[in-house]
Design a protein around this ligand. Sequence first.
Ligand code: NDP
Length: 275
Amino acid sequence: MTQTTLTLNDGRKMPQLGFGLWQVPAGITEETVVSGLRAGYRLVDGAAIYGNEEGQGAGVRASGLPRDAVFVTTKIWNSEQGYDKALRAAEASLTRLGLPFVDLLLIHWPTPARDLYLETWKALIAAREAGLCRSIGVSNFQEPQLERIIGETGVVPVLNQVEINPRLQQPALRAFHERRGIVTQSWTPLGQGRSFAAPAVVAAARRAGKSPAQVILRWHLQIGASVIPRSTRAEGLAENLDLFDFALSAEEMAAIAALDEGQRCGPDPANFNMG
Ligand code: NDP
């Protein structure tokens, strides 16, 4: 079975599965990206704050793949919000990446206390018009913030990258995304391993002959989310890509749905204003 593709609300296509670069040391980012792309991934998720955009871009170039074959994401950090600053930050990211454009540019966090995310969203619209990126989206936005940027600009983000894992499933936000044609992209999809031993996950893994991590990543795909697990191990990268020769049954999906406790691994976007 081949990898699946999602069509974004701007008409562009995006691989549903990718790999993430948070906490990947700058010194090994290039080789991690090359190894991920050679293994078969076609989407690589980075951010200015990860401090490894140079390696991200170098890896894309060194992979030998045509630029159009790889979907590259980066994000504007909190301290760079505001119209002019965000545009300059987008340009600086491209310089560090050594790429003429990214496929997807995101606002990393809304940082509500700053109240600059609307201006920043307008900068992303301008960045897309200027060709710095092909698609634009957000990360860690909640429903009222999405309503506000859409209402003020008429431009709907192609996706919202948010924390989703079996203990934090965010059903209301996902339903809102679906109504507005916004793709949900899951960060910390493995949830720090806190559901690896859950009976629902273990039973599905045993039945399918897969690992708990593979069952959880397959659950993300089957709820329609894009998912971007991270591994710095070649075996981890390969394992997390090997999701397309099995499916979870409706009963297995329901058993994983029942694991939701609304518990975050990461910060609460409502009051995360760092940077
Ligand atoms: P993940 O849920 O992808 O988990 C990564 C951890 O799980 C690592 O410790 C990794 O260790 C381990 N792991 C990976 N694969 C397996 C496996 N098959 N079995 C067992 N353990 C495994 O967490 P992240 O927090 O990195 O989230 C993924 C990506 O999402 C980030 O890299 C980043 O791109 C993005 N993100 C975005 C955020 C945002 O605010 N927008 C916030 C956080 C993340 P090892 O390397 O040893 O395999």
